[in-house]
Structures are given as structure tokens and as C-alpha cells.
Design a protein around this ligand. Structure first.
Ligand code: UT7
Length: 321
């Protein structure tokens, strides 16, 4: 048995903030953001929460898959920005859906989170432990941004994507790879809550996302083609056989560099970063849902999903639709 994606869904907050909107409240411009990243807008949560966006995305994925909440056996939430430290996002989604028979937990692999969740789902399904799994990538990154730091806050957005993954005898995940390099973790970091008990001699401030953009860029253009090559080799698939490469949406220049390294045309690399910015773990499932709902995928098509980001972490999955 393999893990086959049986339904997808996504949700963006209502508020759409363009580069020009940002230029009115901070020292930046559409020209700077667009030329360096390809981002034109992002959606930012106001009323929405990581949970509410996840539930909305999950309901759409379950509807397409024809799955009732009670049938779900496992929910994996991939996020770095859950609404609470505890309970986990996945448990909040379970409550809202009424998925009473599911186990639920979150995994934290930043922008690689959804790909790690899919690899995890595949491992469970191959082992026979579960047959019907909901995986979610969801973020409210706007909470973690320093809105005084124009070098990071203009890049990220909020949103959620979900997929129902079912055991299937023909089709589904052919191969997956994933990796991490904790030694380089501080090039993209966000501190947790500071120690603040009465016996501490220091009181640290709340910290926000900090990034060495050029180091992350170099890491991405080196690592993403490498892990896609590894996954394709493991699956016995040539790049030419792949219909679409759905990459984490951080920067159009990174996607172009990966396409060039793989010697594949940019038409095979759909993007949603122009509209959504970088939504970390939600980027890949939002893009997957858009491509699916635009009718770009037919049963049997071979696609590659790839993520990279904080940790550092990276991963790729080769699958048939
Ligand atoms: O999901 C995780 C993934 N994260 C990534 O993939 C990020 C990868 N890295 C990148 O995408 C790029 O490195 C960035 C888009 C983050 C930055 O592009 P860059 O070409 O590396 O620009 P830079 O950091 O070298 O900044 C150049 C200049 C600086 O000014 P000076 O010192 O040269 O005068 C910055 O102060 O651009 C300035 N700057 C800005 N100007 C206008 C930085 N942010 C902004 C801004 N608007 N928002």
C-alpha cells in the first residue's frame, strides 16, 4: 500500500496586503520586493486563526476525498505558529472537525513541514498502522514577524493547506527523502518564550524571526535540486517524466535556479508566491490545492513536492496522482 492524496484544500485570510500597501507603512517598495522575490501580495490574518484556516482547508480536502471526520485515524499538523503552545494545532482541528477516532499531533519542520508530514503519512500507511490520514500545513507567520524589520516581514504571509492521504494499492507516494542540518540552524531562527520566573537574573525580550537571507538562498539552491535528484533516483523516475514540480514558495529566483539545475522548463514549476508570499509549511499544500483545483492534474500524473527552510530542513516526495 502507498499513501495517495485523495483530496486537497486550502484557505487564505481575507485581508490581502500588496507590496504597495506595505510601502505606505514602512520603507520598502513594490520594485524591491518583486524584483528580489517575485512576491506581489500576501494575506494576513485578522479574524482568522491557524486553527480556523486549517479547519476550512481540511473540510475542503475531506469533501473532495469523500471522507467523513469519524473515518480519520490520524491528523498531523505541520506548523511553527499554532494558536497555542498546547494543545497542538492538530488536536484543535480534531475537536472542530469532530474527528473523534483520530490520534493527532504536530510536527515542526518549518517550511519543510508538509513534505515531512507526507513522508510520515507514507511510513504509517506502508507499515499498515493507519489507512486514512489528514495532513495540514498551516501558519500565522505574521505573529512571528518583527514588523520593524523590513528585510523579513515583507516576505511572509498567513494561510493553510491540507490533504487527505489514503492507503491505495496503485499510485501514491513512490519515494521520499528528507534531511536536516542543525549546525546551520541559526541562519533562520525565531526564539521561543524567554525564561521569566522570579529566580532568573535576566528577563529576555520576546524575539521574532531573524534570517540571513543570502545564506538561506545559497542553502536552498544547493540543497533543493540535490534532494529532488535523490528522490527521483529512489523512485526510478526521470525528471522528464515529471509533470509538475511543486516547490516551497520562498523566492521566484530560487525556483528558477532549481529549474535550471534540473534542466526542466519553468512551465513545470507553478507558483503562488506572487499572491501568497512565503507561507512556510502552508506553501506547498496551498500550491498543490491550486494546481489540483485548476484541473492541472490527471490520475497517474507524476509530480514532485519539495520543501526547505528553518532547521535547516529539506525534503522531497515523488508521487503519482
Ligand atoms: O522559507 C524560508 C526561506 N527563506 C528564503 O528562502 C530566503 C532566501 N533569501 C532571499 O530570498 C533573499 O536573500 C532576500 C529576498 C531575503 C534578500 O535579497 P538580497 O538580494 O539578498 O538582498 P539583501 O539582503 O542583500 O539586501 C540588499 C539591500 C540592503 O540595503 P543596503 O545595505 O545594500 O543599502 C537592505 O537594507 O536591500 C535592503 N532591504 C530592503 N529595501 C527595501 C532589505 N529589505 C528591504 C525591503 N525593502 N523590504
Amino acid at each position: 500500500m502507498r499513501a495517495r492524496i485523495a483530496g486537497t484544500g486550502s484557505c487564505l485570510p481575507k485581508l490581502r496586503v500588496t507590496n504597495d500597501d506595505l510601502g505606505r507603512v514602512m520603507d520598502t517598495s513594490d520594485e524591491w520586493i518583486r524584483s528580489r522575490t517575485g512576491i506581489g501580495a500576501r494575506h494576513l490574518a485578522v479574524e482568522e486563526t491557524t486553527t480556523s484556516m486549517s479547519v476550512s482547508a481540511a473540510r475542503k480536502a475531506m469533501e473532495e476525498a469523500g471522507i467523513q471526520p469519524e473515518e480519520l485515524e490520524l491528523i498531523i499538523g505541520a506548523t511553527v505558529s499554532a494558536d497555542h503552545v498546547v494543545p497542538p494545532l492538530s488536536c484543535e482541528v480534531q475537536r472542530e472537525l469532530g474527528a473523534v477516532h483520530a490520534a493527532a499531533y504536530d510536527l515542526c519542520a518549518a517550511c519543510s513541514g508538509f513534505v515531512f508530514a507526507l513522508n510520515t503519512a507514507q511510513a504509517y500507511i506502508r507499515s499498515g498502522m493507519y489507512r486514512k490520514i489528514l495532513i495540514i500545513g498551516a501558519e500565522t507567520l505574521s505573529k512571528l514577524m518583527d514588523w520593524q524589520d523590513r528585510s523579513t516581514c515583507v516576505l511572509f504571509g498567513d494561510g493553510a493547506g491540507a490533504a487527505v492521504v489514503c492507503a491505495d494499492a496503485d499510485g501514491g507516494v513512490l519515494a521520499g527523502v528528507q534531511g536536516s542540518d542543525g549546525a546551520k540552524g541559526m541562519v533562520l531562527a525565531c526564539a521561543g518564550r524567554p525564561v521569566n520566573h522570579p529566580f532568573a537574573s535576566h528577563a529576555a525580550d520576546l524575539q521574532y524571526v531573524q534570517m540571513n537571507g543570502q545564506e538561506v538562498y545559497k542553502f536552498a539552491v544547493r540543497t533543493v535540486p540535490m534532494c529532488i535528484d535523490q528522490a527521483l533516483l529512489k523512485a526510478g523516475i526521470q525528471p522528464e517524466q515529471v509533470k509538475l514540480f511543486l516547490l516551497h514558495q520562498a523566492n521566484l529566483r530560487i525556483i528558477e535556479a532549481v529549474a535550471k539545475r534540473l534542466k526542466q522548463p519553468m512551465e513545470k514549476f507553478p507558483v503562488c508566491l506572487e499572491e501568497c508570499g512565503n507561507v512556510s509549511a502552508a506553501s506547498v499544500p496551498i500550491l498543490l490545492d491550486r494546481v489540483n483545483r485548476d484541473g492541472m492534474l490527471k490520475r497517474g500524473d507524476c509530480i514532485v513536492l519539495a520543501g526547505f527552510g528553518a532547521g535547516l530542513t529539506w525534503g522531497a516526495v515523488v508521487l503519482t496522482w
